[in-house]
Write a protein that binds this ligand. Sequence first.
Ligand code: NDP
Ligand code: MG
Length: 425
Amino acid sequence: MEETKFSDYLCTTKFFSALLLPLPGAWQEKDITDQMTHQPKQIAVIGSTGSIGTQTLDIVAQRPDRFKVTVLAAGSNVDRLIEQAMAHRPALAIIADTNKYARLRDALAPLGIETASGAQALADAMERPDFSTVVTATVGYSGLEPTIRAIRASKDIALANKETLVVAGELITRMLLTSESSILPVDSEHSAIYQCLVGEDPATVDRLIITASGGPFRNLSESDLEKVTVADALRHPNWSMGNKITIDSATMINKAFEIIEARWLFDIPAKRIEAVVHPQSIVHSMVQFCDGAVKAQLGVPDMHLPIRYALGDATRTDAPERRLTVADYANLTFHRPDTRRFPCLNFAYQALEEGGTTACTINAANEVAVAAFLAGKLRFLDIHTVISATLSATPFVSRPGYDDYVATNSEARRIALAEVKRLAL
Ligand code: NDP
Ligand code: MG
């Protein structure tokens, strides 16, 4: 796979300019402008009804002087979207599920809030002039097109939707090189790495160490894993998240996705990114430098901190949430992951080695397999089987453009669905 040159990337994106400069980077100029005009930063939240979306709106509600929501978008939870729109009074509310549109329109028209529905309306909204930053909090492949449209429209992106970088990290990276847009990570591990890198010379980074809780099945044997239920898998020990990412954490494919996400965000080769199991989820990730020093960012497992940091353009502001008391943690432990019990972790290295559409195929097959598992139609261990089988059968494109990702995503879904049917309970 063709590698973007680290130094080129660092010098040309706003994302990294903050790491190179001890003073605030380019995007902070916008914040200064906002402060001068006393206008709150205008934001779009796509996936507003989910776990990240609702926590984002908590932060907006806490600081109306700093943030104003102008676009809200959700999948199908129309009642929650209506509540959010009534509270935040955006200019536009979008529901992806067209069947729910009439209810949204009827509820919000009396308030003068514009409404729309469908995936295309959501993507088109990314070009509106009335916001500067979009929080991508949708789940799965649905985040890709809006993110691309937002980059084209020079919006800044607070990126929660890691699947966008898993599916098309190479394309997104290339687009950022010639765009005014910048990405700040919301994912806690990547936010931690970002925070560790501030003030450092990127050339001195030796490796990124991404922590993983190990999920609810960390201590189960292979034979125990054969029997786990959906309810077991949804019981994450440390984090409260949406269902899909909770299952991804249980299989540890979430960590594979985060390795891929880190490769693109920080432009570092896969062999210098490692995952380490840290069951307490207090150390959110680490960076080791060429002199051997390791920097880490710690905090309680609460996404408000990385969301607030990304929304505030990598600046720190007061936070009301419970904070870490380090003396409460006598034992912070770390160990290597067991890829025999959690083979999905290996998909990261396979995807980054092969490049092209491999990660797109893995993501599509995983989405199909996780949905089938959640619907009680697939065994937990067969999530890996479905992904492997889909990878073998889906045509590989070595230098994909956007249309290749779209085609690969639908072909891989078709193959994965057939595989789910073959294995169905
Ligand atoms: P949730 O399932 O809680 O929320 C997903 C959101 O996306 C909901 O608002 C949902 O709407 C919306 N949505 C679903 N499908 C579509 C669609 N086709 N078009 C538009 N909107 C859609 O997920 P999370 O908040 O947990 O995760 C969101 C993203 O953030 C994921 O990519 C995840 O990997 C990432 N992330 C999440 C973390 C967490 O702590 N939750 C941590 C780090 C990353 P509705 O509910 O109305 O159908
Ligand atoms: Mg994470």
